[in-house]
Design a protein around this ligand. Sequence first.
Ligand code: SF4
Ligand code: SF4
Length: 258
Amino acid sequence: MAANPRFTPKMVGIICNWCCYGGADLCGVSRFQYPPYIRLIRVMCSGRVDMKHIIEAFAEGADAVFIGGCHLDDCHYITHGNYEALSMVQLTLRLLERAGVDPHRLRIEWVSAGEGIRFANLMNEFSREIENLGPLGQNEGMETEELKANLREVMRLIPYIKMAMREKLALHLRDDPTAYDHLYSAEEVEQLFSQAPTYEIDPEKCRACMICLKRCPVGAIIGAKKTPHVIDQDLCIKCGTCLAACPDRFGAISKVPA
Ligand code: SF4
Ligand code: SF4
């Protein structure tokens, strides 16, 4: 398929300071060419990249996201954050698919500080692929606004998804990194969404102490002194903080399975 010459993709690259950024720097110093429309964001470790950064980039109109880190087992930190980045990206790919986004729009690669030419080649190859896919929504056959609404719904549930998947997200499969390719399935992700619990406040038990209201990270709890509190389900990100915060002696909040 020929690239659309009139389409200039919006591409975001989130790359680690110690390796991939060094590679990008060397690429520039060596005057290797790659498309100028790829905007690079430097982070200290690829393990620092959150699902929210990626989903939000797409929800804000990015046509593609690139994550770049150190080669596996070459992480600058003892945490080996690039294994976590790899696991996070695999889960994010399944989340993007569920939202209707072509997963080819997200890519993770490893580039060392000495691999300027590899960085240029990756950028050129990825940008050609995205030029061929067209703007977000075109290849997917969906209206951009519908896609963005789907992505915002995924974004709202990220805290819950991270809690539910925390063990897999922290896995370091050092003996067989290819196992990450099959770590998450579409069925598993579908189940996550269908089984998302609801948090409810029993007005008979609520003593309007306001503790949950103050702890809720997204302001989803409506209440006032002497007024039983209520959870705004459209704002709730299902993090469970309120359940843990409500004093045992009141026990006013319950987690209702889907
Ligand atoms: S689960 Fe509770 S604390 Fe978390 S977002 Fe919902 S209402 Fe707020
Ligand atoms: S922490 Fe419990 S008792 Fe206090 S306001 Fe929230 S729901 Fe009501």
